[in-house]
Design a protein around this ligand. Structure first.
Ligand SMILES: NC(=O)c1ccc[n+]([C@@H]2O[C@H](COP(=O)([O-])OP(=O)(O)OC[C@H]3O[C@@H](n4cnc5c(N)ncnc54)[C@H](OP(=O)(O)O)[C@@H]3O)[C@@H](O)[C@H]2O)c1
Length: 264
């Protein structure tokens, strides 16, 4: 229990902490005694979570309500993060736009790039440098099983998750000699606000608390963590079959959920 606090404490920062896996990361880290910086756009949800964590676990919290698609996110965050020793960064915030890329609003796709790729890059650059200097720390990047295959109607999203996967794997190599653990977490369907799950997908989906517990148990032990048997099988199959077939199989799995969102 106390291992994470000793290794990465005293402060952790979770992006996208207002719901889903981000809120669950915050809960499980607070239960291990880490203080939390919580960020997302919906301030009232962050304040509610912050009250819950401090009353249930006696940890300190800071709330930073922020849209990560904005330009000057570091300027807006520095007042909160600069005085704190943040030893664990959970780059969790992310979203998808459903639909054919060319029919989607270009600004919405650029916002996706900013939230899913630019923000994790900027935060890991700033906080990672401080961790490297202290010779201790950890970072988790939320990738996805779709990082392993191109998925139509999720073109920019699957590309953004491939970015998260490769960035985490490369950074892990650079930072391991400096005592900093970096890991890409690659969930498949997980029951959160993210996905309007079709029954077929819901049957194979995982609960966010299980995914997060798995991730925290793997940090420092592996570089790419894939929770759940079905997800491990899906990713393993991408290594055995031609790339074009990967996209076809993934589309078969994800398609029903996209139809629910009106994408196809
Ligand atoms: N659920 C799945 O099936 C699944 C599978 C694989 C990977 N993932 C990845 O897991 C991560 C967490 O998603 P989730 O499933 O927990 O979904 P979720 O419940 O929708 O959570 C997404 C979080 O990201 C935050 N966010 C979205 N846009 C933002 C913005 N512009 N600025 C700041 N924060 C923003 C949201 O907060 P606000 O709305 O309050 O800003 C929310 O806290 C994402 O990166 C997602 O791509 C999810």
């Amino acid at each position: 229990m106390a291992e994470l606090l000793a290794k990465y404490g005293p402060w952790a920062m979770v992006t996208g902490a207002s719901s889903g896996m981000g809120a669950e990361f915050a809960r499980q880290l607070a239960a291990r005694g880490l203080n939390l910086v919580l960020t997302a756009r919906r301030e009232e949800l962050l304040i509610r979570l912050s009250d819950e964590l401090s009353s249930q676990h006696g940890v300190e919290t800071r709330v930073a309500a922020l849209d990560l698609s904005r330009d000057d996110i570091l300027g807006e965050l520095e007042r909160v993060i600069d005085p704190l020793e943040i030893g664990l960064l959970i780059n969790n915030a992310g979203f998808t736009n459903d639909g054919d890329l060319l029919d989607n609003d270009l600004d919405a796709e650029i916002r996706l790039l900013h939230v899913n790729c630019r923000a994790p890059l900027m935060l890991s650059h700033v906080l990672g440098a401080r961790m490297r200097e202290r010779r201790r720390g950890g970072m988790i990047f939320l990738a996805s099983t779709v990082a392993f295959a191109a998925v139509s109607q999720w073109a920019n999203y699957s590309a953004s998750k491939a970015y998260a996967l490769v960035l985490a794997e490369s950074l892990a190599k650079e930072l391991r000699p400096h005592g900093v653990d970096v890991m890409a977490l690659c969930p498949g369907f997980t029951r959160t606000e993210f996905a309007k799950l079709a029954p077929v997908n819901n049957a194979m989906a995982m609960d966010a608390d299980k995914v997060v517990a798995f991730a925290l148990s793997k940090l420092g032990r592996t570089t790419v963590a894939i929770p759940g048997f079905f997800n491990k099988f899906a990713v393993a199959s991408t290594r055995l079959q031609p790339r074009a077939l990967n996209s076809f199989v993934y589309k078969k799995i994800i398609g029903p959920t996209q139809r629910l969102s009106g994408a196809v």
